[in-house]
Ligand binder design. Structure first.
Ligand code: MG
Ligand code: ZN
Length: 460
C-alpha cells in the first residue's frame, strides 16, 4: 500500500468536497455525508490481497489507508470535514508499515478534524444529531447498514431531549458518480500516463511473442512493463487469449501454448495513482496475419475508426456503438458470415441484430478510477416518474473518458465458413472527449494490421 505522496495536493480533494457540499445544499439544504473506504481482504491464511482503496472515498480524500471513514458536515454556510482513521501503533507499524494517524492527518490531507477509528460509535451520533439529511451508501454491505442503523438509533433515543434524527436518506453515490464522470485536467494527465504505460506493455508483448511461448509468459511481459514503469497494479486481471480462447470474453491468461498461424488477443491495462487504463490488441503469433484473420481484423479496425469518428461532444454514448455495428455488420455480410439472402439488407440485418452471434458486447464503457467507471449512461432527469429505459442516452461532454472496443468472435458453426472458425479479435482504445472530438490516449501501440506486422518483423 502506498501512503500519500510528498507532492500531495490537498486542494484537489478540498475542492471536490466543496462541490459535493454544494450539490447537497441544492438537493436537501445540506446534511451529513458519510463514506467509508474499502475493507482489507484476506486471500488465505496470514496473506492478504493487495489493498485497494474505495474509489469514491479516495476521490474525496486522496487517502489510501484501509479502515477509514469520511464524514462531511454541510450546513448553509459551512463545511466541516472529519476523517476517522487508524491510530498510530508503533507495534503494528513494524509489521504493516507506517500509518498516517489522526494527529498528522488534518495538516497533510487538508481535513478539518481527524479522529481514531475507535471513536466512530461515539462521534457519529453527535454528528448526526439534528441533521435533516444523511448522504451515504445504503444496501451496500450488511455491516455498513448495521452501523448506520446503530448510530441513527442512538440519535433517536435522544428525541425527548429535543434532538432529531435525520428524516431523509440520500444515495451519496448518485452525486459523487456524476462528479467523477467528468474528469479534470489533473485526472486526464494521470490517465494519459497510465495509458502510455499500458501501450508500452502491449508493444513489449508483441515484440517478445514467439510461437512456443505460453499465455502466462506473455502476461509476465505485461506485468514487467507495468511495474517497471511505476504503475502500482493492474487495473483488472489481464486477458491473454490465443486461438479459440479469444472467443471466451472473460478468459484470463492461461497455460495454452501460442502457435504459429493463430492470433493472440491481449486485453490488459495498468492502474496508475488510482486511475485505470484499458487496452486490447490482437496480433498474429508468428507476426503475419493469414488471409481470413486479416479480413476480419480490417473489418474490426474499420468499425473502430467509425466509432472513433462518432465519439464527439453532442453525440450520445450509444452513437459510437451504432457506428461500429454498421461497419461490423456490413463486413460480416461481405465475408458471408451473415447471409444477405436471409437478412435482405444491411438495415434489416441491424434491425434483426444479425451480428449478435459474432459481437455480443457493447463498444464502450466509461473509464476512470474504476475500469468500468461510474456515472449514468442515461441522461439524469429531474422527472422521477420517467423510467430509466425511457431516459435518453447520455450526451458526450468534454472531460468524459470512454473505451472504444469493437470485436468479432467466430465460434465454429456450420453456417460459418470454416476458414473463420475460432478467430477472436478485439481492438480497444481509450478516448478522452474534447471540444474538437476525442483524444486517443492509448495509441502508443500500433493498431493497423500492417503496422503491427512491421513492429513484429523488426523484433525478430
Ligand atoms: Mg478491456
Ligand atoms: Zn474495456
Amino acid at each position: 500500500m502506498n501512503s500519500p505522496k510528498t507532492s500531495f495536493n490537498a486542494n484537489i480533494y478540498r475542492t471536490r468536497r466543496a462541490r459535493l457540499a454544494e450539490l447537497m445544499r441544492q438537493q436537501a439544504g445540506g446534511g451529513l455525508a458519510l463514506i467509508a473506504t474499502a475493507p482489507a481482504a484476506y486471500r488465505n491464511r496470514d496473506s492478504d490481497y493487495p489493498y485497494r482503496h474505495d474509489s469514491d472515498f479516495f476521490y474525496l480524500t486522496g487517502f489510501d489507508e484501509p479502515d477509514a471513514t469520511l464524514a462531511l458536515n454541510v450546513s448553509d454556510s459551512q463545511i466541516e470535514s472529519h476523517l476517522f482513521c487508524r491510530p498510530k501503533d508503533p507495534e503494528r507499524e513494524i509489521w504493516d508499515g507506517l500509518r498516517l494517524g489522526p494527529e498528522a492527518a488534518p495538516e497533510l490531507l487538508g481535513i478539518d478534524f481527524a479522529h481514531a477509528n475507535q471513536t466512530l460509535d461515539s462521534k457519529l451520533p453527535e454528528l448526526l444529531a439534528n441533521q435533516t439529511a444523511l448522504y451515504t451508501r445504503f444496501a451496500n454491505s450488511a455491516e455498513s447498514d448495521r452501523r448506520v442503523r446503530h448510530w441513527i438509533d442512538q440519535v433517536r433515543k435522544q428525541s425527548r431531549a429535543g434532538i432529531n434524527a435525520p428524516s431523509q436518506l440520500h444515495d451519496i453515490e448518485a452525486l459523487v458518480h456524476e462528479m467523477r464522470l467528468i474528469k479534470s485536467p489533473d485526472e486526464i494527465a494521470i490517465m494519459r500516463q497510465a495509458a502510455a504505460i499500458s501501450a508500452q506493455a502491449h508493444v513489449r508483448a508483441m515484440r517478445m511473442c514467439r510461437p512456443g511461448m505460453h499465455e502466462y509468459q506473455i502476461e509476465a511481459e505485461l506485468l514487467h512493463e507495468f511495474r517497471h514503469s511505476g504503475a502500482q497494479s493492474v487495473a483488472y486481471n489481464s486477458i491473454v487469449a490465443t486461438g479459440a480462447n479469444a472467443c471466451i470474453l472473460h478468459y484470463r491468461a492461461g497455460a495454452t501454448e501460442l502457435r504459429a498461424g493463430e492470433l493472440c488477443l491481449i486485453d490488459a491495462g495498468c492502474e496508475l495513482d488510482g486511475y485505470a487504463s484499458d487496452i486490447t490488441r490482437t496480433f498474429p503469433v508468428n507476426g503475419v496475419f493469414s488471409g481470413p484473420q486479416r479480413a476480419l481484423y480490417d473489418i474490426t479496425e474499420a468499425a473502430q475508426a467509425a466509432a472513433i469518428a462518432a465519439t464527439k461532444v453532442g453525440n450520445t454514448f450509444i452513437q459510437p456503438h451504432e457506428a461500429a455495428l454498421r461497419v461490423l455488420t456490413q463486413g460480416l455480410i461481405d465475408e458471408k458470415l451473415i447471409a444477405l439472402s436471409e437478412v435482405g439488407s444491411l438495415d434489416n440485418a441491424l434491425e434483426l441484430a444479425a451480428y449478435r452471434p459474432f459481437y455480443m458486447h457493447r463498444t464502450s464503457h466509461w473509464l476512470g478510477m474504476d475500469v468500468h467507471d461510474v456515472g449514468s449512461y442515461r441522461e439524469p432527469s429531474a422527472d422521477l416518474a420517467l423510467h430509466n429505459q425511457d431516459k435518453p442516452w447520455r450526451k458526450l461532454q468534454a472531460g468524459m473518458v470512454i473505451t472504444i472496443e469493437p470485436g468479432l468472435y467466430i465460434r465454429p458453426a456450420n453456417t460459418v465458413p470454416e476458414a473463420f472458425w475460432n478467430i477472436g479479435i478485439r481492438i480497444e482504445d481509450d478516448a478522452v472527449i474534447t471540444a474538437q472530438g476525442c483524444e486517443l490516449i492509448s495509441r502508443g501501440v500500433p493498431v493497423l494490421a500492417s503496422e503491427i506486422e512491421n513492429l513484429m518483423h523488426e523484433s525478430k
